[in-house]
Design a protein around this ligand. Structure first.
Ligand code: GDD
Ligand code: MG
Length: 365
């Protein structure tokens, strides 16, 4: 199962029309990197647990063959991570596999839809089965765990506690966090109440631990990134292009990735894993350093684009400086603007030439 129903609030305005997992990352929708990694690990059927903008997934999956059966489950209203897992479980054995009902002890891998990682998926499933666990979690270590679910374990890898997004210093008891992939025993999923809003992190995991269930974890030291914020989105895209993050779906690794129909001036510099989308235009003396330009974006002469995302069809005027900015689809940024430090521009917004803006004065006119 792949959980892809969130609203992607922290990536607005890019996620106004496109759900986060469908945003283009290194040439394909992010979800394709996850689906093809699962496929290569031996998964033959995947249930996409959708809610927000499910239509976008339907259109894409209908038109593209990813070499694996993809089934789409859509919640009527968002059920939260636990509710989504419960709901998607009813789709685990439909379709061509209808006769092969999964049995109560079968392992079910579940993935958050915005995590890029080098996880050995088959290894996690094997570990789950060897330890005869009810749930097995994939963990990673991060410097600042506050934005994640903290998961302390004992020496045998048994989970002691689950603390989602701690708010006080005293709660930060470990640097091990939930890396957004679990293997569930099928019967444990069936015990989640159906049709209700449930958080797997705040309700299911703590109550499993309270009831003495066997919850194990594997700490993996390999590549890991949650693409939930603009800066991490850009980093993930660049790491894929540079070949630092593993995915079978990257068309070609290198210093930059220029997609079909794009035109880049000879004097322009593209570096640090930049992607130039289909039919985009990059003018003379432009420097794009670690950025994602969506399809049809246009960057005029002399502009500098660093650590930023430029939406579909957006127009960046001459000598504009973007650093840590998110430009919505079809926005127009007049010449000489400087948009720095987390500025977000709404789709279709038009900025007159020549102002410097920081994130404190959001550009949404
Ligand atoms: N179908 C469905 N329905 N999916 C949902 C829903 C829902 O109601 N709510 C969230 N999701 C999906 C999101 O699309 C995303 O792929 C995943 O569930 C996790 O949601 P996020 O919003 O990305 O959560 P987070 O990043 O704040 O925290 C989660 O991930 C961290 C690791 O990246 C938690 O699982 C943390 O414990 C974890 O450390
Ligand atoms: Mg996330």
């Amino acid at each position: 199962m792949l959980l892809v129903g969130g609203q992607g609030t922290r990536l607005r305005p890019l996620t106004v029309n496109t759900p986060k997992p469908m945003l283009p990352v290194a040439g394909v929708p992010f979800t394709v990197h996850q689906i093809t990694r699962a496929r290569d690990a031996g998964v033959t059927r995947i249930v996409l647990a959708t809610s927000y903008r499910a239509d976008v997934f339907h259109d894409f999956i209908g038109e593209n063959d990813l070499g694996i059966e993809v089934v789409i489950a859509t919640e009527e209203s968002p059920l939260g991570t636990g509710g989504a897992i419960r709901y998607a479980a009813d789709h685990l054995s439909t379709g061509v596999l209808a006769k092969l009902r999964s049995s109560p002890d079968d392992p079910v891998p579940v993935f958050n839809g915005d995590v890029l990682s080098g996880l050995d998926i088959a290894g996690l499933v094997a570990r789950h089965q060897e330890t005869d666990s009810d749930v097995t979690l994939y963990l990673t270590r991060v410097e600042d765990p506050r934005a994640y679910g903290l998961v302390p374990t004992d020496a045998d890898g048994r989970v002691l506690e689950f603390r989602e997004k701690p708010t006080t210093e005293a709660e930060i008891v470990t640097d091990q966090i939930n890396a957004g992939c679990y293997v569930f025993r099928r019967s444990v999923i069936d015990s989640i109440p159906a049709g209700e809003k449930v958080s797997v992190e705040r309700q299911t995991f703590p109550s499993l631990l309270a009831s003495g269930a066997h919850v194990s974890a594997v700490v993996d030291e390999g590549y890991w990134l949650d693409l939930g914020t603009p800066l991490s989105f850009v980093q993930g895209s660049c790491d894929l292009v540079l070949g630092r993050a593993p995915s079978p779906a990257v068309p070609q690794t290198g210093e930059s990735l220029v997609l079909g129909g794009a035109r880049v001036a000879d004097s322009a510099v593209l570096r640090s894993g930049t992607t130039v989308g289909r039919n985009a235009i990059v003018g003379v003396d432009v420097v794009v350093d670690g950025a994602v330009l969506f399809d049809g974006a246009r960057i005029e002469a002399g502009a500098r684009v660093t650590n930023s995302i430029v939406g579909e069809g957006a127009w960046i005027g001459e000598d504009v400086v973007l650093d840590g900015a998110v430009i919505g689809d079809n926005a127009v940024i007049g010449a000489g603007n400087g948009l720095l430090d987390g500025v977000r521009v709404w789709p279709g917004a038009q900025l007159a030439p020549g102002t410097v803006r920081f994130s404190s004065d959001q550009a949404s006119s």
